[in-house]
Design a protein around this ligand. Structure first.
Ligand code: GLA
Ligand code: ZN
Length: 679
């Protein structure tokens, strides 16, 4: 449980009372009560106010607002305020300022702006976290800590360069080993002294004008990404430890951002007590794409419930087109988060700010300043829903028999590699396979390279280009004991140093997949090939388009189920299945159109005995959470029209209405039901 002090789904959001005069606070509290708000996050960006100079803190205003919250039974998700440094600090100690990818030293400005290896930043951020924890450790409002805010970015300053060299010494032990792993004889890069190594950026290794993510040396750039993720994590951990010194029992989190490329969240997760994340889907997003991010965030702590730390009640300000959430969508998307494992539903922001760049960002309390507006009414309605749910869902777990591998290091390596195609990106591949499962109503987990696979019937690893040490053996064990494994083109190509696995692709997956890939072709967007099935496979039949990359494979042991339809490699394997122990390894040699993936996954799920929760109904998402011998089935109608959903064996109380549902449920447009059944 996130914190047993409050036995319900937390409801609230980012609150910036320090941007408003004192008399507004009482009005805020009145409106919070009307909307059933019970948790507010503060002070997220108040470092300059909390610490006017090097030696003083000013906590008086924070004391007052925390007391006011406690008097009104509202808890605080207490932020450490270290995500934007004060101007005096940057002025006096320029080492806090970052140096960007182009080698330019930043001036004071913006936020999320501190160098993670700046001695000044580390000293003062740790001290502030400690001071807050010391002062508020016994405050009745304190419920959970929120360190900094949306960590990210990168720095290439001299402090980071020096820290990188130390990080490399720890990783490689010797320059000989480093030279070997980076393959430095290429382009005369042999290093004879650690000090010769510089951070890889646009001044050094990233020089390609057509795509800056590409680097001349994948080994160096991959290590810099690892190092940056580790550096930022280390700065977080300093604050974490400072908080725990005073409040060992108060959970600590920092708000993550879904599939955020710069930080390897699987490596961060052990250092967060609770996962929390910020969800900002644009209008017109496919609901599966929101679901995917919730599932990825839930995976970080192996299914433990997470907090939806931020979402907008209405619109954002930073997208190219900041459309309003249509009536009912806020409620639908909030329940969708709960359906995927959230035990908190929170907003950015509680009161709409008056100046600077977020003044057009939606808020619970709008510029109108009162409750008689659509958005507030919808927020209050959702507050009622969450009151009604009480503690029934808290800590309930989602169960899946299918998992998708998500490996940040594979993502980094795949996209910084030069060739075979600039369009080869990791996320679209992940999305394609996830969407197929979502449409079929099959709950999906994500797993990282270190996760336990034994509970799954099917594991999908799209473009698993880089394999971590030992992962192939784990896969073999998984398949031998009855699991199905599906991988795709350009997989198993390199080891964790981005060195090619010699002797034939897909390297360590060759034995398991039973194929040898001799070469691979790449297409510009307007060209394609096709995958032609010999015999129908489930609902798959005939020919399907494919493109991007085509592996030219030999089936050494695998059965060939489909072949290429065109070009000089027409007739060569495009889809294979290799029986391995009691399971099977599937391999798709190219990037097929979505209907092929939909049909193939339906077939493999059937073969593995993995069934949808309910017969799929277009646009209606179905998920389950379970606890204490109860199953909670969520029906989420993403359509603009009503939906009749066949409930099969599922019959029970809809927790949102108290009605008994069985046989068929009619959901209004954007409607939600949560049906409780006894197991
Ligand atoms: C992020 C930040 C918030 C705010 C919102 C606006 O999630 O964490 O401080 O800027 O975006 O959408
Ligand atoms: Zn730096």
């Amino acid at each position: 449980m996130i914190n047993p002090k409050l036995a319900k789904i937390f409801y609230g959001g980012d609150y910036n009372p320090d941007q408003w005069p004192r008399e507004i606070w009482d009005e805020d509290i009145r409106l919070f009560k009307l909307a059933s708000i019970d948790l507010v996050t503060l002070p997220v960006f108040s470092w300059a106010l909390l610490q006017p100079d090097e030696t003083h803190y000013r906590f008086d205003w924070l004391d007052e607002i925390l007391d006011l919250l406690a008097d009104n039974d509202i808890y605080a998700c207490m932020a450490t305020s270290t995500a934007a440094h004060p101007a005096w600090m940057a002025h006096r100690y320029p080492d806090v300022l970052r140096t960007n990818f182009y080698g330019e030293k930043r001036r004071f400005g913006m936020r999320h702006n501190s160098c993670p290896n700046s001695p000044t930043y580390l000293k003062y951020s740790r001290a502030l976290a400690g001071a807050l924890a010391h002062r508020y450790k016994d405050h009745p409002a304190l419920l959970i800590w929120h360190v900094s805010n949306e960590y990210g970015g990168e720095c290439y300053c001299d402090n980071c360069a020096a820290a990188f060299r130390i990080w490399l010494q720890q990783r490689y032990g010797s320059l000989d080993e480093l030279n070997r792993c980076w393959n430095t004889r290429f382009w005369s890069h042999t290093f004879y002294d650690w000090d010769e190594i510089v951070p890889p950026n646009m001044l050094s290794e990233h020089l390609s004008p057509w795509d800056q993510t590409r680097t001349a040396f994948q080994g160096i750039s991959l290590d810099y990404r690892r190092f940056m993720s580790d550096s930022i994590l280390a700065s977080y951990r300093l604050e974490y430890d400072a908080l725990k010194e005073h409040t060992p029992d108060v959970p600590v989190t920092t708000n993550l951002m879904g599939h955020f490329k710069p930080l390897n969240y699987f490596q961060w997760a052990p250092y967060l007590d609770v996962i929390s994340w910020d969800s900002y889907p644009p209008m017109g997003v496919h609901p599966a794409d929101i679901a995917l991010r919730h599932d990825l965030m839930r995976a970080l702590k192996h299914g433990q419930p997470f907090m939806l730390m931020e979402q907008t009640p209405s619109q954002q300000n930073w997208q190219p087109y900041n459309s309003l959430k249509r009536p009912g969508v806020l409620r639908l998307w909030s329940h969708q988060a709960v359906a995927h494992g959230a035990d908190a539903v929170m907003y950015f922001q509680m009161r709409q700010s008056r100046g600077a760049c977020e003044k057009w960002h939606g808020a619970v309390i709008s510029h109108a300043g009162h409750e008689n507006v659509r958005v507030f009414r919808e927020v209050a309605e959702l507050g009622n829903d969450l009151n009604r749910l009480g503690d029934s869902l808290l800590d309930a777990r989602a169960e899946s028999q299918v998992a998708i591998l998500f490996d940040w290091e594979n993502w980094w390596a795949l996209e910084m590699s030069s060739g075979p195609s600039k369009d080869l990106k990791y996320l679209p591949q992940i999305y394609k396979y996830y969407r197929a499962l979502w449409k079929r109503g099959i709950p999906t987990d994500f797993v990282g390279p270190d996760s336990d696979l034994s509970n799954y019937r099917l594991l999908i690893a799209p473009t698993a280009y880089l394999l971590q040490p030992g992962f192939a053996d784990k896969l073999k064990q998984f398949v031998r004991s009855g699991g199905a494994f599906l991988t795709t083109f350009f997989s198993g190509m390199v080891d964790h140093n981005d060195l090619v696995v010699l002797g034939g692709y897909p390297g360590e997956l060759r034995d398991l997949t039973g194929v040898w890939v001799e070469e691979f072709d790449a297409f510009p967007p307007d060209l394609s090939n096709e995958i032609v099935l010999d015999h129908p496979l489930g609902d798959l039949n005939g020919a399907y388009q494919c493109g991007l990359v085509c592996d030219l494979a030999h089936a050494e042991k695998a059965d060939v189920l489909a072949v290429y339809g065109k070009d000089f490699y027409a007739g060569r394997p495009a889809l294979t299945r290799n029986t391995y122990g009691s399971g099977a390894a599937w391999y798709i040699a190219s990037d097929p159109e979505q209907p092929f993936v939909d049909g193939l996954l339906a077939h493999i799920c059937d073969e593995q005995g993995v069934q949808p929760i309910l017969t799929p109904h277009e646009g209606v998402e179905v998920t389950q959470r379970a606890k204490d011998n109860h199953t909670f089935t969520f029906l989420l109608n993403h359509n603009d029209r009503p939906a009749d959903v066949e409930l099969g064996d599922i019959a029970g109380e809809d927790l949102l209405t108290g009605q008994h549902l069985s046989g068929k449920a009619t959901l209004p447009p954007h409607g939600v039901s949560i049906i409780r059944t006894k197991q």
